[in-house]
Structures are given as C-alpha cells and as structure tokens.
Design a protein around this ligand. Structure first.
Ligand code: FES
Ligand code: FES
Length: 199
C-alpha cells in the first residue's frame, strides 16, 4: 500500500513545468497567403487552421487520422491535418477547400461536380474529399471508378454513399484533364462546351 498521498508517481516540479505551453513562430503559406503565427508546439495543424484562420472546412472528425475529414493539401499532397503538428507547417504551402474555389469565389470544377452529382448530404466529409480529389486531378491521369475507390479509401462518408462521390471526382478529373465524360455522369452545368467557365 502506498503511503504517499500522490501515489508513487508524484511528478517533480521540473516535470510539471515541462507541461507549460511552449510556443514557436511558424511561417508558411495558407491558401496562397504568407502568414507568420506563434503556435502552441502541441497543436495540430487542424486546430491551427481552424482557430487562427477560421478555416472551418477543415473538419474535426475522428482526430486520429482515420476518416479524412481534416485533409488539407501540404505542398500539393493531401494529408490528415489532425495528425500533423502545426509546427511542421514551417515553410509549407497549405491549401484548404476554402482556397480551392476560383478567384472570384465561385465553385471550381471539382466543387461543382460534387453539387451536380449529388455527392453531398450533410457535407461533413466533403471538404476532405475535395482536397484529395484536387491532388488526384492535378496528376493529369485517367482514373476508373475502382482506381478512385482505392485512391480515396482513407476518406469516410457516413451519409451520402460513395458512388456519387466517386462519380463526382471522376467527372471533375475527366473534364479538367480532357477525357471524355462517362455515360454515368449526369447531365449538369459543367460539360465540354462550358468547362472554361469553371477554370
Ligand atoms: S479528423 Fe483527421 S482523419 Fe479524422
Ligand atoms: S455527406 Fe455526410 S459524411 Fe459525407
């Protein structure tokens, strides 16, 4: 039986002090804008983007890197920002769904494709899907639905269902990279004739 009222693992004073918040200056680009902020060294990139810049498209889902709701582009690659330390953002080029719109704020091809293919219901998973779709589309390569299913396997949607999401990503990829639309793609606002309006 332990007689010490704090138990056998009573922390020493210097250990307690060690848990005081520590901050570090981080300079990076967020949605194309150079920023410099003091960051709590324990903060995730999710919290950094949401709390410092109100970028609430970066969703807090599982917060353990399983669902993809928090995905952002870091130097062109989609990462789960909940398991990426904010201090690692030093010197990086970070994009969220807010920054993936066109310059006048209207929807980009991939965002419009999600609307047209009815690939959104509650919308919680949507920004993360759009971020990863943006990385995939930028590769300039044709993808079948089955290939996209694997590419997007780290994203979870609890309501819409994946078929429409995969169709939306395939359609945005086909339009952006000049591949023919598939018969499954619904008639909608983006097509071969007006796609320039969304670029
Ligand atoms: S919230 Fe980051 S992966 Fe789920
Ligand atoms: S649309 Fe609701 S989680 Fe995907």
């Amino acid at each position: 039986m332990h007689t010490n009222e704090h138990g056998p693992y009573e922390p020493k004073e210097e250990q307690v002090l060690h848990f005081e918040p520590q901050y570090k200056l981080v300079k990076c680009k967020v949605n194309g804008v150079p920023v410099a902020k003091m960051v709590d060294m324990r903060a995730s990139l999710t919290d950094f983007l949401r709390n410092e810049f109100s970028l609430t498209s970066v969703k807090k889902g599982c917060e353990v890197g399983e669902c993809g709701a928090c995905a952002v582009l870091i130097d062109g690659i989609s990462f789960n920002s909940c398991i990426y330390m904010a201090i690692w953002a030093e010197g990086k080029d970070i994009w969220t769904t807010e920054g993936i719109t066109l310059k006048d704020g209207s929807l980009s091809i991939v965002q419009q494709a999600f609307v047209d293919e009815a690939a959104v219901q509650c919308g919680f998973c949507t920004p993360g899907f759009i971020v990863s779709a943006t990385e995939i589309i930028a590769r300039g390569k044709y993808y079948t639905i089955e290939e996209l299913r694997k590419e997007l396997a780290n994203h979870m949607c609890r309501c819409t269902g994946y078929e429409n999401i995969l169709l939306a990503v395939q359609k945005a990829n086909n339009i952006t990279n000049g591949f023919e639309l598939e018969p499954e793609h619904k008639v909608n606002r983006i097509n071969e004739d007006n796609k320039e309006d969304f670029m």
